[in-house]
Design a protein around this ligand. Sequence first.
Ligand SMILES: Cc1cc2nc3c(=O)[nH]c(=O)nc-3n(C[C@H](O)[C@H](O)[C@H](O)COP(=O)(O)OP(=O)(O)OC[C@H]3O[C@@H](n4cnc5c(N)ncnc54)[C@H](O)[C@@H]3O)c2cc1C
Length: 469
Amino acid sequence: MSSGVNGQRVTVIGAGFAGLAAALRLARAGAAVTVLDALDAPGGKAALGFTDFSSGPTVVTMPQVFRTLCRRTGMTLPELTPARPTTTYHALSGRTFAPEALDVAGSVDSTLAQLSSVEGQRYEELLFRARQLYLDAAPTFLFGPPPGPAQLARYSLTRGFRAAPLTPLRNLVKSGPFLTPFWLRFATYLGANPYRAPAVLHNIAWVELGGGVWHLPGGLLAFAGALRGQAQQLGVQFEFGTRVEHLIVQRPRVRAAHTNRGVFVADAWVSAVDREWTLRWLGRKGRGTPRGVSGFALQLRLHGDMGQAHHIFWPADYAQEWRDVSAGRLPSDPTLYLHLDGSRAFLLVNAPPDPAVSRETPGYAEFLLGQLRKRFPLPVRDWLALSPAEYARTAAQGALYGRAPHGLLGSLRPGWTLPHLSNLRQVGGTVYPGGGVPLSMLSGWNGAGQLLGLPYDDLGGMDRVADLI
Ligand SMILES: Cc1cc2nc3c(=O)[nH]c(=O)nc-3n(C[C@H](O)[C@H](O)[C@H](O)COP(=O)(O)OP(=O)(O)OC[C@H]3O[C@@H](n4cnc5c(N)ncnc54)[C@H](O)[C@@H]3O)c2cc1C
């Protein structure tokens, strides 16, 4: 498809952040865009559960991507405020650690002041190791088109050796009982079991501890609503409650989608659902690689305003939690991730990617409420649980980030094209450059751009990398 798209009918499947970004880029270029989604509202993983309540993403990182997307599409982004500290970590012993992001605080002094001198030295070493990994990876794996063999070879020869390709993350970040889980946990942002993740995933720590975590007024669900509103102004049609069942192909083109509400025909397609499902609709098989982690969560309505903050409560044995998840069990002593946003709170724990694990799993939601009460009592008014079964409505097996990024090549994500199909692009958190809201939007924006023959647009991502070099 060339950039002369006026009047071309393009259908986007999925109204998560990737699908919304794709729809906006297509509509701005003059395509006639329809978005299909099985849910009743935009936002994908953010849109499950209570309708006024984000059910997934809470942490805003890479704010430049949000800002640039809004600038490109004529939207006003509510002012982002930095979370200070990024998160407060609570050990069972009662010790707390509340690091500040380097860019936000301007130095690591306030963070190091909370650590012993040995811990502090190791913190600085690992922070700057994460920064180096991020700077090395960014041009090839984050803010450029999906790399081909030539780019991968160039990366391997020039920078890849610094990513310690044969070292597991758990060896790279050894730093004593208090800080090791802290460094390990960033790998879960890509769905990894940290004990099986490669060292290169340590770069994710830089995104948060270097660039910072930001509060978005109204939260990410409201942002999804704003993206939808802007898309509608550009003429995009949304068909909610529309579940795609399979795609009709006349090689090399996808012609139509069969849905519960009839057949939709289009000239070109963007699939912004889990890649596994797109393959299934096409009668193709994935490689059967293991799925990444899922989540069990509670949306909590509170009496009163608790402000905005992130907290993490460590269990007695972080490694045991991951042994439980690997064995397909809900952890018996999980890490608690708590996000407070005014009179709402979101509590999340790691869970196995298994849609059989439902919110009715006997006693688990009540058990989590009890754990929370022990560690951080909150005035809970009412609550709703979300389990891998609910997340499986937006992700194959409920795996929040697609396949597990384990082993040497595990963190390489599939690109935006599928063999022998010229008019379909696959975008979203399960393909390049990976999961999380900013990266999902980057793939949607650029997968759609590729379909139109438009140049790659990093949405400001490389500006920040350039600032750091
Ligand atoms: C608990 C949790 C916490 C998270 N925390 C963060 C965080 O703090 N920060 C962050 O940046 N990211 C976070 N994430 C990750 C982030 O939410 C995702 O990476 C991102 O939302 C993925 O967006 P997406 O558009 O690729 O996919 P999705 O949001 O999954 O959207 C896919 C859409 O496709 C639709 N769909 C699926 N099947 C069909 C079908 N058959 N027919 C029609 N439509 C269909 C779905 O209904 C859905 O709306 C979190 C995720 C979860 C679940």
